[in-house]
Design a protein around this ligand. Structure first.
Ligand code: SF4
Length: 216
């Protein structure tokens, strides 16, 4: 069994409650959802086929405290579910980063799911899959949610969603800015003023390295 892989690389996890940990990233190729602020368009290219055993071996060779399966959209390739199980069975701490358009119901419960909630400025917020929020509210998966905000309208949309669902009561919610589009200090002010019980985050890797650099 194989997966189409865009790249496998060693970096610092930059956007989740695991931010700061050295991490092996397995970036699967393919997505096509067309988020307007996508910063990994190259992952839409075809990528190279790799056997699951070879991916697991490569992850072990690099050696890091955590491994993240990302994309593109990893759940579009169903064998990613098997890869994640194989990595868990080896005792790895495994993160899945997904755009949140597909349900995580079939993902192994040992996986830490980092699920985007796409805001209106992404152009695709209507594709957010409500089943993922429902799974989190029912505490059926290890989920945290990531919201990227480009402007005040995005923020108000997110605030309404969080308050109407009560999501911050059951899951970690991380909110950050679209790099270069919104001043982080402005977002921090809104969060504090509204007393939101969420975590603010910056895309750590973009402050360590050149923000346009691939493979970080
Ligand atoms: S889901 Fe992710 S990879 Fe796909 S277009 Fe949106 S930001 Fe880019």
């Amino acid at each position: 069994m194989s997966l189409r892989i865009s790249e496998i690389f060693h970096s610092i996890q930059g956007e989740s409650s695991f931010a700061g940990w050295p991490c092996v990233f397995v970036r699967l190729a393919g997505c096509g959802h067309g988020c307007l602020y996508c910063d990994t368009r190259y992952a839409e290219e075809e990528g190279s086929l790799m056997e699951l055993d070879d991916i697991v071996r490569r992850v072990a060779e690099i050696g890091a405290p955590i491994v993240e399966i990302t994309g593109g959209e990893p759940l579009e390739q169903r064998d990613s579910l098997l890869l994640m199980r194989m990595l868990c069975d080896r005792g790895e701490t495994v993160l899945l980063e997904t755009a949140g358009f597909l349900s995580v119901a079939d993902v192994d419960p040992r996986i830490h799911c980092i699920i985007d909630l796409k805001t209106p400025s992404s152009g695709v917020s209507e594709k957010n899959n409500p089943e993922n929020v429902a799974l989190a509210l029912a505490r059926k998966r290890l989920c945290e949610f990531k919201i990227v905000v480009a402007d005040r309208d995005d923020y108000l949309w997110a605030k309404e969603l969080l308050q109407s669902t009560g999501l911050p009561d059951v899951s970690t919610v991380l909110m950050g800015v679209v790099y270069g589009r919104l001043d982080p200090a402005e977002l921090a002010g809104w969060i504090l003023s509204d007393r939101l019980r969420i975590r603010m985050q910056l895309q750590l890797h973009k402050y360590i390295w050149n923000p346009a650099q691939r493979g970080v």
